[in-house]
Design a protein around this ligand. Structure first.
Ligand code: ARG
Length: 481
């Protein structure tokens, strides 16, 4: 490793090992696009406020654009510096000499990195929202095709009540819909422009933060610089929203590797998503779902890591904050890759409708419906519950599933059972009769489908409204100076 050349990186010669220890370049070069877009906006503001001459601004802009293009082409070589911000400055200096120093007028790396990270989160949230929309659309379409497929629902991982597969899928959709809302909240949090507060207390130069805000399309500017440079709430919010979404994904994954085991036998994994064993030739393992569950753990670690990093930090900027890089930069790709894989995998599981139905018909999951039918006749629910419990035990002794109970047997248990009440032992009726909001009945499921689709549309809309780095770059290249 060579010795950093720029003054901020220890112009007098930072010890190579110190530079290596303190440098974040290996990680934060991933923020190069964010950094260049931020610098282009800052430069434009400096020129418009006449803080720097427009010819210099033009020359600097040309070089910033050249760095962007070289990075795209894979030809950019950045010098060993403390971070991407200094590496860009070093590159500008290499080409422009002293003039390059004009760019850092009224700016600190403290507000610069706060900007880069916000731009990054905004971009990654937009990516994640697009993937969430695709996932929700997929779940809704699948649910529409499975409106009449019956399968057991589970509480305590024991069979509970008959439901439709559409209802099960809408249940997953409900979780991911909340993730759309959570990411919407993250976007509101990152909508404040940090740039312009300098190192902590502002600048005595007559900058105009409103110009930068508009150029970068933030909706407001941050209120207080001391807070701004030390604030990583937006990162915590993103890490939390991502973690929660991945917790959701992990729960769906568990259902699917359970359902694909012969013990459940509800789904078959397409060969494209089933992994083999190196030793057992018969195996078709649900590794994809297991890894979705496993990767969720990383998101939990990332959130914990950030929270511990911020805990007890004094006000203002502290170098500890540079340690946010690893976890924050991992969050976006982790979230989108897991959600995309979940979408792909769900498209490649085949439900065995017969086996799902057989599981429902061979069981006693309609017992609550029978008890409720009795209660409808004016019998107190607890009494109806006990009578139905006795009926279930009588059926079990005879090896009869509840759907096959006879009137004779039922009346021998309790004379208040009649033909009408026993109809509710039909699993299909048990589902159809659940008319209340939030239940598995058909009308309720239709409403849930509408809800899923509207959340998918909302996710697309939120994602579309995010100003993307590439389009900001295009606009800034041509902005009036
Ligand atoms: N590399 C630093 C970070 O990422 C940039 C800010 C450094 N500020 C400073 N005063 N050294 O947090």
């Amino acid at each position: 490793m060579t010795i950093a050349k720029t003054a901020a990186s220890g112009g007098t010669g930072l010890h190579p090992e110190v530079l290596a220890f303190t440098s974040s370049l290996a990680l934060d070069r991933a923020l190069l696009q964010e950094d260049l877009v931020g610098s282009l906006a800052h430069l434009t503001m400096l020129s418009r406020t006449r803080l720097i001459p427009s010819e210099d601004a033009r020359a600097l802009r040309e070089q910033l654009v050249a760095i962007w293009k070289a990075a795209k082409a894979g030809t950019l070589v950045l010098a060993d510096e403390e971070d991407v911000h200094m590496a860009v400055e070093a590159e500008l200096t290499r080409v422009l000499g002293e003039r390059a120093g004009l760019l850092h007028t009224a700016r600190s790396r403290n507000d610069q990195v706060a900007l880069d990270l916000r731009l990054h989160v905004r971009e990654k949230v937009a990516d994640a929202l697009d993937v969430l929309a695709t996932l929700l659309e997929g779940l809704a379409a699948r649910a529409e095709a499975e409106r009449t497929t019956l399968l057991p629902s589970y509480t305590h991982r024991q069979r509970a009540q008959p439901i439709t597969l559409a209802y099960q899928l809408c249940g997953y959709g409900a979780m991911f819909s909340r993730d759309v809302d959570a990411l919407g909240f993250v976007l509101q949090g990152v909508a404040a422009l940090p740039l312009g507060v300098g190192a902590i207390g502002g600048t005595s130069l007559p900058i105009d933060r409103e110009v930068t805000r508009e150029l970068l399309r933030f909706s407001r500017v941050t209120m207080n610089g001391l807070d701004t440079v030390g604030d990583r709430d937006f990162a915590l919010d993103f890490a939390y929203a991502a973690m929660r979404s991945l917790l959701h994904a992990s729960r769906v994954a568990t259902d699917f590797f359970d359902f694909s085991s012969p013990e459940f036998g509800f789904v078959k994994l397409d060969g494209e998503i089933a992994c083999g064993s190196s030793m057992m030739p018969q195996k078709r393992n649900p590794d994809v779902f297991e890894l979705i569950r496993g990767k969720a753990g990383r998101a939990v670690g990332n959130l914990t890591n950030l929270a511990v990093l911020v805990k007890g930090l004094p006000g203002g900027y502290n170098r500890d904050l540079q340690e946010d890089r690893q976890v924050l930069l991992e969050t976006g790709p982790l979230l989108t890759s897991v959600l995309s894989m979940l979408h792909l995998a769900l498209g490649k599981v085949h439900f065995d409708r017969e086996r799902c139905l057989a599981a429902v018909e061979s069981d006693y999951m309609q017992a609550t419906d029978v008890a409720e039918a009795l209660a409808m006749k004016g019998i107190p629910f607890r009494t109806a519950y006990k009578a139905t419990g006795a009926l279930v035990r009588a059926c079990q002794e005879k090896g009869l599933p509840l759907a096959q109970v006879t009137l004779e047997l039922a009346q021998s248990v309790d004379p208040r059972f009649d033909a009408e009440v026993l109809k509710s032992a039909d699993p299909r009726l048990a589902v159809e009769r659940k008319a209340n909001a939030g239940g598995t009945g058909p009308a309720s499921v239709e409403k849930q489908l509408v809800e899923l689709k509207s959340h998918a549309a909302r996710a697309r809309e939120l994602a579309r409204a995010v100003p993307r780095l590439a389009s900001l770059f295009d606009a800034l290249q041509e902005a009036a100076l």
